[in-house]
Structures are given as C-alpha cells and as structure tokens.
Design a protein around this ligand. Sequence first.
Ligand code: BGP
Length: 472
Amino acid sequence: MQYAQLREFPTDFLWGASTSAYQVEGGWDADGKGPSVIDARTHLPEGTTDFTVASDHYHRYAEDVELFAELGLKAYRFSIAWTRIQPTGTGPVNRAGADFYHRLIDALVAQGIEPIVTMYHFDLPQALDDQGGWANRDTVDAFAEYARVVFAEYGSKVRYWLTINEQNMMILHGDAVGTTGQAGATGKKGLYQQNHHMFLAQARAMALCHELLPDARIGPAPNIVSVYPATPAPEDVLAADDWDAVRNLLYLDLAVRGSYHPLAWAYLAERGWEPDIAEGDLDLLAAAKPDFIAFNYYSTQTVGASRGDASDLQTRGTDQQLVRGEVGLYRAEKNPHLQTNAFGWEIDPVGFRTTLRRTWDRYRLPLIITENGIGAFDQLVDGRVHDDYRIDYYRRHIEQIRLAITDGVDVFGYCPWAAIDLISTHQGCSKRYGFIYVNRDEFDLLDLARVRKDSFGWYRRVIDANGSRLED
Ligand code: BGP
C-alpha cells in the first residue's frame, strides 16, 4: 500500500544497536571466565581470527559506552556470557565475571541507555557441552538456574530480556555459527531433540522472569525472514509455505503459542526426526508467554518446489543467510530482483516490511528488531571510514519500518548489527558491521583504537530526528 502521509515513529522508540559477548568482548579467560563452545572451537575458517581478544570490549567497555551515548543510542542490546557468570555452566556465581555486567549496565543506565540483555548468544559453556550439551535434558535445568542467577543479579536494572539468540540458526546452520560439533549433535533427530530442550529452557526462563520480575519484559530472538515462492506456480507457493514453517514458524509458534506448528511437526515426523516429548513438556511450553517478539532480519529467501534430487541444493558453502535447499522440501533459488552484499547476502528492505507485517499479523505481539545490518570490508583511510553503502542499507530499511508502522504494525525498537566492529560468526573481523571501527586486523591487533565511521554521524542524526529524516 502507498501512503500520502506516514505515521511518525513512537516518541519512546528504542533506537539501539547490538553486539554479542563472544564477538565483541575478548577477555576470553579473564577474571575466572570458563570456556564456552566458541572458545573450544579447534577449526576456524582459514585466514580468520579467533575470539580471544575480539574488540577488547571487556577492557574498553567504558570508552565504548561513552561512544554509544555520543551516538545517541536509546538502547543497547548485548549478551551475557554464561561462562563469566558460571564458568562451568552450573554452580556458584563467579563474582568478578558478574561484576563486569554490573559495571556495563550501570554505565549504560547512567547515560540513559536502556540495556536489552540476551541471555544466551551461541556460547554454551563447554563444561555443559562435555556432558552432551542441549542433547542432555539436564542443560534445561542448568539454563533455568542460570536464568534465576541473572534475574537476581540484574533484574533491578534490566527491563528487557531476550532468551536465546537465533535458536533456529543453531539448529539449521550450527556448522556456520559454530555451535554444532557438540557432543550430542548426532544427526537431525538429535538436533531436533536439542531444539526441543532449548524450547523448554526458553519457556522456563520466560515463566521465571514473570514470576521474579513482574515489571520486566521477555521475548525470544530468532532469525526471521519472509520466504518467497520463486514463481506463482502453486507448487512453488506450497514449497515457500513449507520452508517458512520449518525455518520460521516452528520457532515462533513454540515461543508464542507453546505448541509445535503442524506443518513443521509433519516434516519432522515424516523423517523420523520428531523429538521425544516428556510428560509435562507441552504444559510447560503452553504456560510460558513472551511479552514481545524480538527478531533478527538480514534478508528474505526465495524457494521453489523440490525436484527431488541434488539439484535442489545450493553449493555455496556454509552460511546462515544463504538458502540451502533440502531434497523433498524446497529448492534454493536466487531472487533476480535483489542485489547482494559482498558476501552474497541478498539485500531486501521491502521484504523487511513484509516480515514485520506477517509476524505482527500472526502473533499480535509488539516487535523489536534485534539485528539488521550489512557486513562489508570497510577501509580506514586517513582516519576516516566512508561507509556510504551502510548508510544506504540502513536508510532503506528504516524507511520500511516506518511504512510498517503506518501499516499498523506495533514496532517498539530497532537495534542494528552492530554497535561496534566485532568478529563475524565465521568470517573473521574483516567482515565489519559497526558504526564504530575497531583498528585491528585478522592477526595483528594494532592499537584497537575506536574510530567513528560516516554511518555513526548519520545514525546519530536519524536518532535525533526520531527517524523522521533519513537523508545524509
Ligand atoms: C547472526 C548472529 C550474529 C551475527 C550476524 C551476522 O546470525 O546472531 O551473531 O554474527 O548473524 O553474521 P556474520 O557474523 O556471520 O556475518
């Protein structure tokens, strides 16, 4: 629909930016932190750095928060590293680790920046992984206990909580984001059992949050994209529905409605991958209600009907945003109407509006975008980073949020990825996302100095104008 007049962004709209602990903090073993599955990775893609120092935010958080304040952020979405709080995933609180997040949160609050906390962003404690990770039902109890700890520690200061980052990417693309290879990940049946346990863990955390922190709000944070049929052929439309169910709705329905989406369940049952469901699980899932939906959006996906052979599969390697295809389910197609970024990710701002509309339409819960952004090989030249492509990307996506708001969608925040340069999940630190450049390269830490990119000044002006002006 086209409009002559657009609605304004709400006056309390949470203009923010995101990071995750293991990608930005460094200090991988500082102050008693235990190893996570990310720290324990032995194989990193060739030519890419590990996560030991990252952007050294652990030691430079104060300077970084000053910059976030200068950027004008109203919110900052970050994750807590479970292994700083409980180095082996269970047991007593590691005080020095817990204090780091107190200092960070206090610094944010002092600047009037709303902390939005992800409880778990890919970095499961390695000690739990050694005992089977999410394949082991005990990990559900461990997560609930960890939730109780962080709610007790930070509940008086943090109003917005996110349970699990991109559970769907961990299940569908765990090889890319570095979370499979875990002890329990034996085949798809095992993966979907892990998935079920994560749903239980999430439900326990949501219920506990409501019990302990009546004023707090909590929601899931999957990666959600609209799925387009490659053509109007009814078979392609069906394939798009099928993939939407397996990729998106399985995760949203479980989080919001507490039940397995019927199509997704049919997919699992047909393949013999349905999880074992213990007595009481379904009641637990149904009882937990999120207050909002947070989701990460980078692109849409385009699919056709499966031809039933290997030609359904894309062979572009492992990457959480690339359409893969699955024989008997859907075929990966390119969308000829979209351009791609330097890493082959399709750029689809209009699809962002579609995704916002569809998600609102189905669940009628307030929405916040917790990731959206463009990875690029930014260059520091004479102390400046001219990332006009990033400004263009954000301008076109923010326009679509405003259109979605005009459509009647309840959107209360936008946290692009990323606040500051950090390490990509699987493509090193040369793939940059931040408004703030961090002066290091893959294997030389240089001086780790912070440099405001051109997008920094632009986003500050957007926030100042509450999104009403997006030009340079
Ligand atoms: C999401 C993750 C983030 C982030 C982002 C960009 O899947 O939640 O942690 O990394 O994707 O992806 P990448 O780093 O692979 O470019």
